[in-house]
Design a protein around this ligand. Structure first.
Ligand SMILES: CC1(C)CN=C(N2CCN(c3ncnc4sc(CCF)cc34)CC2)S1
Length: 488
């Protein structure tokens, strides 16, 4: 029989957000390993109760007094014991080995996989927690990965950990996490590769596997992943504010304990929540977005895109268009060195929205009134715009699947031609050859981490004063030339 510690039982029935924070603190600080199953059941229970139709929208006042519906210990204990039973009854528990094996990890994945509802809408919200698994036999792709790691924790394999890219999850296991395995599906209509090693072939060059720089979680970072995966959405437009407040309080707890240092997306999630409802005046959301970028540069050799799109989105929402262009150019600087593959739809949609929705809206806003400080007069903005497009062109280069199509060209030409020729004439990008050595062995195989060395940044040197040829992708070269002849 599984046992929930007495110190945690004393916190039930849970009635306020602060009590949940105390439970997490007790798990994160008070014991050797936080109990993933317990914490996922508790957050899943609260999220599902507060985002289901039956719940009227109530405005919370504060974590201390914020009243939640009562969550009884018995409810949690029953689900907790059910998970332990599902796992221990299906996988032999005469644990002999110190480390997990590929066979063991695959068998735990099979237990979860074969107990899911036959067919259901996989992208529905609120399918990420063990509560969803245990009460509805439904999990999304992240939820399956998390359940497998929680299952391996139940079996006593402390070497099995969650590995996270920006759009996929798998596990590492064995001595120093030297082994890895797929344990869930990815995307639509793709055969799952469960049990296999992580992409060795072409997929290793796709953004989906972040050039072998995934976030490798500790148990505490797996708690950060389950908290990040909390979804406060009541519907497409409204969030349940108590759930959002709970997520924000738990992310601050994890941040203050240092467990977000190597987790850029969790820092970005906290930044988004802080922008909506600031809780810590000493740490503005803008500095959280910067921290996420610094973390990705320091620990993941700047191979992650989302830290820059978190920041770009923030600047865009706050009408800081010059800064948004710089963030998006930096995002493009990351994607340029990957090969586009069919597994990369999520980041494709991200760049498509920036290029064909956000930037055109900015150009419209900037060329409507008599903006005194318009970005249309700023060479730096034009330069970052070209860098943005050039990175996408380079992303396409050498890829089996094309990225750009005519739908990209119209907004692109429209945007470039909004800048006067005298402004465009001031721009010159001197690209660093090493940076452009795309796709040959050295960049993808070298381990010299350009971002670990202090202040060593390998980025195109931007010199907006002198004239000189640039090494743009031919498409950008042609478009820029066409602009100069005012053909467009
Ligand atoms: C700038 C954005 C469009 C805003 N939200 C973004 N995300 C929301 C939160 N996301 C995440 N947040 C924390 N951890 C993870 S692990 C993962 C891969 C599947 F397991 C995704 C993800 C994904 C990215 S990127």
């Amino acid at each position: 029989m599984a046992v929930i510690r007495d110190i945690d039982k004393a916190l039930f029935p849970i009635k306020t957000i602060n009590t949940v924070v105390k439970l997490f603190t007790s798990q994160l600080e008070g014991c050797s390993e936080p109990d993933l199953a317990l914490l996922s059941i508790v957050t899943g229970l609260i999220e599902n109760q507060l985002t289901s139709r039956s719940n009227a929208v109530q405005l919370p006042d504060s974590p201390e007094t914020n009243v939640l519906p009562r969550f009884e210990l018995e409810t949690v204990e029953n689900l907790y014991n059910k998970f332990h039973l599902v796992i221990t009854s299906s996988v032999e528990t005469n644990k002999t080995k110190a480390y997990a094996t590929r066979d063991l990890v695959k068998r735990v994945s099979d237990v979860i996989w074969n107990s899911l509802t036959r067919s259901y809408y996989k992208d529905r919200p609120h399918l990420q927690s063990l509560y969803s698994y245990l009460t509805g036999s439904k999990l999304d792709c992240f939820g399956v990965a998390f359940a497998v790691v929680a299952g391996c924790q139940v079996l006593g394999y402390s070497d099995v950990h969650l590995a996270l890219s920006e759009d996929h999850a798998w596990v590492v296991f064995g001595p120093n996490g030297s082994e890895n395995a797929e344990i869930t599906w990815h995307g639509k209509g793709n055969e799952d590769k469960r049990g296999q090693e992580i992409g060795k072939g072409v997929s290793a060059r796709s953004w989906l596997y972040v050039n072998n720089k995934p976030v490798i979680c500790t148990r505490h970072m797996e708690v950060a992943a389950l908290v990040s995966a909390i979804n406060p959405a009541l519907n497409a437009n409204v969030d349940a504010s108590e759930v959002a407040m709970l997520q924000q309080e738990l992310l601050w707890l994890l941040y203050d304990l240092g467990h977000l240092k190597k987790y850029p997306m969790a820092i970005g999630n906290l930044g988004d929540l802080e922008e909506i409802s600031p809780k810590r005046s000493d740490i503005p959301c803008s500095s959280l977005f910067e921290e996420a970028i610094e973390s990705a540069r320091k620990y993941y050799n700047n191979q992650h895109v989302y830290p820059y799109t978190y920041q770009g989105g923030y600047y865009y929402r706050n009408n800081m268009y010059k800064e948004a262009f710089e963030s998006w150019a930096n995002a493009s600087d990351v994607i340029r060195l990957y090969n586009y593959s069919r597994d990369d739809e999520e980041i494709y949609k991200e760049f498509l929205e920036i290029a064909n929705e956000l930037i055109p809206q900015i150009m419209k806003a900037e060329s409507s009134g008599f903006e005194a400080n318009t970005i249309l007069k700023k060479p730096q903005c034009f330069a970052n715009l070209l860098k943005f497009y050039d990175g996408i062109c380079q992303w396409e280069e050498g890829s089996a699947t094309p990225v750009l199509h005519i739908g990209w060209a119209k907004p692109l030409v429209n945007t470039i031609s909004k800048f006067d020729s005298d402004v465009r004439a001031q721009v010159n990008i001197v690209c660093d050859e090493e940076k452009l050595m795309k796709k040959n062995g050295s960049y993808f195989n070298n381990n010299n981490n350009n971002y670990e060395k202090e202040n060593t940044t390998v980025i195109p040197k931007l010199n907006v004063k002198e004239q000189s040829t640039s090494n743009f992708h031919p498409t950008i070269e042609a478009l820029t030339a066409a602009c100069s002849e005012k053909i467009l």
